[in-house]
Ligand binder design. Structure first.
Ligand code: ADP
Ligand code: MG
Length: 247
């Protein structure tokens, strides 16, 4: 039997009133692996995550999850296939406690309050933020807010986890901690992880595979070593080679 435990897009096109945000994108995210989705600002990264999670219906093309065609399904339906995401712009209930924020995510995905509470404690522990569980989410520093977002996504033991700029706003120490934690999530849940980030150092160290977008088109796919020396990628990051070496 072939292993079809992956998210696969086929020729995804997204048009916004005259702007082609995604142009025939074919992407594969396999279970148990970390895929980096990179590209300059406005290249279509968030749009692709929106398509994968049902927040946006593609103009053309299809999305398959574990072999099933889910194109055009709602975010709620796709979440039932255990695909979870975080948002580039943090979305927390600022007045609720950190713990409540995570519990609510579990309950809204079908866990009992009791199971959700237990799982929430585990998720906060894993993210290293158990000590702020009872603080109001609105009072947290930015790096901690990001971790709460990930904890919310983890509570249902996702099969796929899509992180849109999880290290944005983190200092170097915080993003290093994140870098160490992400592979443990992939191993423990055997999930497929997609990470968007501008920090090439982080992305190159974290990911087995990279997918590079520019103006909505795929300009390269491959291992970090292949991407680093790809002339199209270097050209897309106008600053030149030093911007993509990740060193
Ligand atoms: P990235 O995440 O790579 O920075 P995005 O996917 O957010 O890029 O955006 C890709 C392009 O699509 C950009 O030109 C952006 O302005 C445009 N875009 C994104 N969302 C919308 C929308 N809802 N309506 C119109 N244009 C959009
Ligand atoms: Mg984006």
């Amino acid at each position: 039997m072939t292993d079809d435990r992956m998210i696969q897009t086929e020729d995804i096109v997204v048009d916004f009133l005259g702007l082609r945000a995604l142009d025939h994108v074919n992407m594969t995210l396999k279970r148990g692996t970390i895929l980096g989705l990179i590209g300059p600002n406005g290249s279509g990264k968030t749009t692709l995550v929106n398509v994968l999670t049902g927040f946006l219906k593609p103009t053309a093309g299809s999305v398959r999850i574990d072999g099933q065609n889910v194109t055009g399904q709602s975010p709620y339906q796709i979440a039932r296939a255990n695909v979870r995401r975080t948002f580039q712009t943090i979305r927390l209930f600022k007045k609720l406690s950190v713990l409540e924020n995570v519990v609510v995510a579990g309950v809204s995905h079908g866990l009992s309050r009791r199971d959700a509470t237990q799982a929430a404690h585990q998720a906060l522990d894993r993210l290293g933020i158990a000590d702020v569980a009872h603080l109001q989410a609105g009072t947290l520093a930015y790096g901690a807010e990001r971790r709460v977002e990930i904890a919310r996504a983890l509570i249902t033991q996702p099969a796929y986890l899509l992180l849109d700029e999880p290290a944005a706003g983190m200092n170097e120490h915080e993003s290093d901690e994140l870098l160490e934690m992400i592979p443990t999530i992939v191993t423990d849940f055997d999930c497929g992880m997609l990470v968007i980030d501008h920090d090439m150092r982080l992305i190159m160290r974290l990911c087995q595979q990279l997918h590079v977008l520019n103006y909505g088109k795929t300009i390269a796919q491959g291992t970090p070593a292949e991407i680093r020396s790809n002339p199209d990628v270097i050209a897309a990051y106008l600053g030149g080679e030093d911007r993509v070496t990740g060193q």
